[in-house]
Structure formats: C-alpha cells, structure tokens
Design a protein around this ligand. Structure first.
Ligand code: ZN
Ligand code: ZN
Length: 177
C-alpha cells in the first residue's frame, strides 16, 4: 500500500462502493476518472512457450487460438467447480453488472487466458511461467493454486509485487501478497 497512485485510490473507492452494492456511486467515481483523464492500466499477462512469447490482455480475443483457449478455460472452471468446490469470487469485480456477467468478467483476466493457453500446450508435471503487469487478484490466485493441484503443473507467476510459485495446491507466498 506504500506506493498508492491516484488511479489506485479511485479504483479502491469505486470498489468499496461496489462491494456494498452502491453501484451508482461506483459509477460516478468511474466517470470522474474518465473526465479527469485517469485511465486504467490494462491487465496484461505474458507466457513463454517453446521460446515464443504469447501476450494476453483482459478479455483478449485476438490470439489465433482464442476459441480453444476460452473452451479450455470453461472446462477448467467447470471441472474445478465439481472437484474442488471452486466458486468464482465475484466481490473482486467492481462494475455495475449482473451477477452472471461479473462471473464472466472474472473468468477473462489475462492470467486466466495465459494459464489456459499453457494447459493446452504442456503436459503433466510441466512448469508454466507467467508474467503479469498488475497484482494478481484473489480469484485468479485461488484458481492457480487449484490448477497446480488438479492439473499437476508447477506455475511460476511474477506479478507486480512478487513471485508466486504454485505447486500441489499451495503458493509460496502463503497467500500474503
Ligand atoms: Zn484475476
Ligand atoms: Zn501467491
């Protein structure tokens, strides 16, 4: 929290309103940001595979394998709901949308697209490396832990704050990041 930029402050304020269902106030903060030119830094993840860097932004549909990636993500999410009781954490999403859409929005954070792509192209026991420009959200962090266990991968993720090494259902940060 030490390096708190203006953008973070606005987003935090907007999130506080949204988490208490004050959608109108959350919306006002967002439009204030827009008129003052405080723009959001898009979430972006990079995954290296066989020497090639693949980049994803939140909600990205531009990758040539986009369709397979989203199908994989759906499969992962459904499997983990059944086998691990995974429940997307919708409190992380702050915009004025219906519950279903919130879940949808969460499912397309850039690191989720990167991990789905990584799963498509690696086998059991492989290590997947992802770099994220922002701090990983709680939902994505939780999902990475589950994937490391149920899909038998080691996931090394560098987010804005630190390294996370996900292995067998736990993370090296012990959930403090
Ligand atoms: Zn996330
Ligand atoms: Zn972690």
């Amino acid at each position: 929290m030490a390096h708190f930029c203006l953008f973070d402050s606005y987003v935090l304020l907007s999130n506080i309103y949204a988490s208490t269902n004050r959608w109108e106030d959350a919306g006002k903060v967002r439009s204030m940001m827009a008129t003052r030119g405080i723009t959001k830094v898009p979430g972006m993840s990079v995954i290296e595979l066989k020497g090639v860097l693949n980049q994803f932004v939140a909600g990205d549909q531009s990758h040539p394998e986009s369709k397979d990636i989203y199908l994989k993500l759906l499969e992962v999410s459904e499997r983990l709901k059944v086998e691990a009781g995974y429940c997307p954490d919708i409190k992380q999403v702050s915009l004025d949308v219906e519950e279903e859409d919130k879940e949808q929005m969460l499912s397309v954070h850039s690191e989720k697209l990167a991990i789905a792509f990584g799963l498509l192209h690696t086998g059991l026991g492989a290590t997947i490396r992802i770099i994220k420009n922002l701090r990983v959200c709680r939902d994505c962090h939780h999902l990475m832990k589950l994937i490391s266990k149920f899909y038998c991968r080691e996931i090394v993720m560098r987010d804005r704050n630190r390294f996370h090494i996900f292995k067998d259902g736990t993370c090296s940060c012990i959930d403090y990041w």
